[in-house]
Design a protein. Structure first.
Length: 538
């Protein structure tokens, strides 16, 4: 056939050739046009082709849906032989000028289309390998799927921890993002595809077998739907293993054109893209999780450094005593704490253990330590503990409490202490071992709690070993607890002959050796104070 003409293919694959014989050839929805197209989005008089010299000019006439040549929006465009014209969403129109047989034209058209689809697919696959951010990967997948299939819009649904499909991202043509509120469609097709792990094509939702089930989608003007599962392949080591792929979501595409997604070449391309997309999405998820984990680890390390900074570096220097302590948190942040106070010539020391572990216990421990530092000077141990209890009860922290041992050692050897629900420290001297129990209830739960204190007199060399329950209740591989007796048994010599720093190290080493093979289950803190003797008057 000779002369300028348009080759028009409908959704069923039928092709007709319309010669361009008039000087002004109009295209639109109205039957008065030289080429009448029935799609609803096409304007009544949408575009025109006019002869200019030896050539032909395509001109958009202010249409709503736009006029495109080779997928680019045009207002005016000089046509070349083989140009693909899209009027709104009707894309199967081709301008022909040179003499050619119908068979060869179709073959060329098909070959060009296949090459473009292949190029789009390869470009999409290459791009997926460069993206790490999950939202970026999702957007790339949908954008390339829409371009590959010429669909109008698409979305991805991913499975959540509860194994339910959740709308994740929707995109339209031109890389426009569509929210879940505006992207209305039936969930039936995506859920069926996810459940069966098989692609599903609905060529025409107006078909009687689909119309009732997808009435809401039909009301939006959607005619064709193609949905493909996103399956993550798991490579197996043994032939007997059969669970080689698991679905992580679906890729959904739709169009208002009947049968527009029916091409098997397009479907195969989308399935290939979906297979690579599943891997890219999972990699992006893992990358996001690793970044989040690294961020949390940095924050926890900063919190650990802050907590360690709150602990005293060394006790006050006095002739009548020596002291040392160490706290090893179970997690990055611990709920144990200790502190020292210089009280007008006397030495104050405290060890606390907050119920629980981790960040919340560490925050509460820091708060109790702050209250102690402000209220202890000028008050005896029982009054100080009562004040801390009142402050915590007032805050109303449910199921949060603290055990506290607070002692004040005077130069004359008198130790005044209050034990608020804490493990009784071991006072080791020439006369044996004494457990210091006087005090009261745990701190922070009972407004009516009353606290007492006791005064014991220390002799030179007497040593007080204070510890949290992370020491005495540490268990070995058979579930046996470390206990108070093992605290004493792990010492290499009488406490009076060992410096407090070495005593702390020996207890810590004993716990580590006893629990080898078992993870640390609680914060471990040891505080040792030795009375030397009252300084001679100057």
């Amino acid at each position: 056939m000779k002369g300028a003409r348009l080759e028009v293919s409908d959704s069923s694959g039928q092709t007709r050739v319309v010669p361009i014989e008039d000087a002004r050839f109009t295209i639109g929805r109205s039957h008065g046009n030289a080429l009448s197209l029935s799609s609803a989005e096409i304007s009544r008089v949408h575009a025109e082709i006019v002869k200019q010299g030896d050539g032909y000019l395509l001109r958009d006439l202010g249409s709503r849906a736009g006029t495109f040549v080779n997928d680019e929006t045009v207002v005016e465009h000089t046509l070349d032989h083989g140009d693909r014209i899209r009027i709104g969403r009707h894309s199967d129109v081709r301008f022909l000028l040179e003499e050619t047989s119908q068979t060869s034209t179709r073959a060329t058209t098909s070959a060009v289309g296949d090459l473009r689809q292949t190029a789009t697919l390869l470009e999409g696959l290459r791009a997926l390998g460069t993206a790490k951010v999950l939202d970026q990967v999702l957007a790339m997948v949908i954008d390339y799927a829409v371009t590959l299939s010429a669909a109008e819009r698409g979305f991805i649904m991913l499975v959540d921890p509860a194994d339910e499909l959740k709308f994740t991202l929707g995109r339209g043509r031109g890389e426009a993002t569509l929210s879940g509120d505006t992207f209305q469609t039936s969930r039936k097709i995506p859920e069926q595809v996810f459940a069966t792990s098989k692609p599903q094509l609905v060529a025409d939702l107006h078909d009687d077998m689909f119309a009732d089930a997808h009435e809401g989608t039909i009301q939006l003007g959607i005619r064709t739907v193609y949905c493909v599962p996103l399956k993550l392949v798991r490579y197996v080591e043994h032939v007997a293993e059969t669970d080689v792929a698991r679905p992580i979501g679906v890729l959904y595409l739709d169009s208002r054109e009947k049968g527009s997604l029916s091409s098997r070449a397009i479907q195969l391309g989308l399935e290939t893209l979906a297979a690579e997309a599943a891997v890219a999405i999972e990699n992006a998820r893992l990358y996001r999780e690793s970044q989040e984990k690294a961020r949390l680890e940095r924050e926890l390390h900063t919190a650990y450094e802050f907590q360690q900074a709150l602990l005293p570096a060394a006790p006050p220097t006095r002739d009548f005593f020596s002291a040392a302590a160490e706290m090893v948190p179970c997690l990055s942040i611990g709920g144990d704490f200790y502190d020292y106070l210089d009280l007008d010539g006397s030495f104050g020391f405290v060890l606390g253990d907050v119920a629980g572990k981790g960040a919340s216990a560490g925050l509460l421990g820091a708060r109790v330590q702050e209250i102690f530092a402000h209220r202890a000077p000028g008050s005896d141990p029982a009054t100080t503990v009562s004040t801390i209890n009142a402050a915590m009860v007032k805050k109303g922290l449910k199921a949060r409490f603290v055990t506290i041992f607070y002692g004040i050692l005077s130069p004359n050897g008198q130790l005044t202490y209050c034990n608020a629900g804490h493990n009784p420290p071991l006072l080791v001297g020439k006369s044996g071992v004494q457990h210091l129990k006087t005090g009261g209830l745990i701190v922070g739960l009972f407004e009516e709690a009353v606290y007492e204190q006791e005064v014991v007199t220390l002799s030179p060399g007497d040593t007080l070993i204070t510890f949290s329950d992370g020491v005495s209740e540490a268990t070995n591989t058979v579930g046996t607890e470390f206990g108070d007796d093992r605290i004493l048994a792990c010492l290499n010599a009488p406490p009076s002959e060992i410096e407090p720093r070495e005593l702390v190290d020996q207890v810590m080493a004993g716990v580590r050796e006893f629990t080898v093979g078992e993870p640390q289950s609680d914060d471990i803190t040891v505080l040792v104070v030795r009375y030397r003797k009252e300084a001679a008057p100057s």
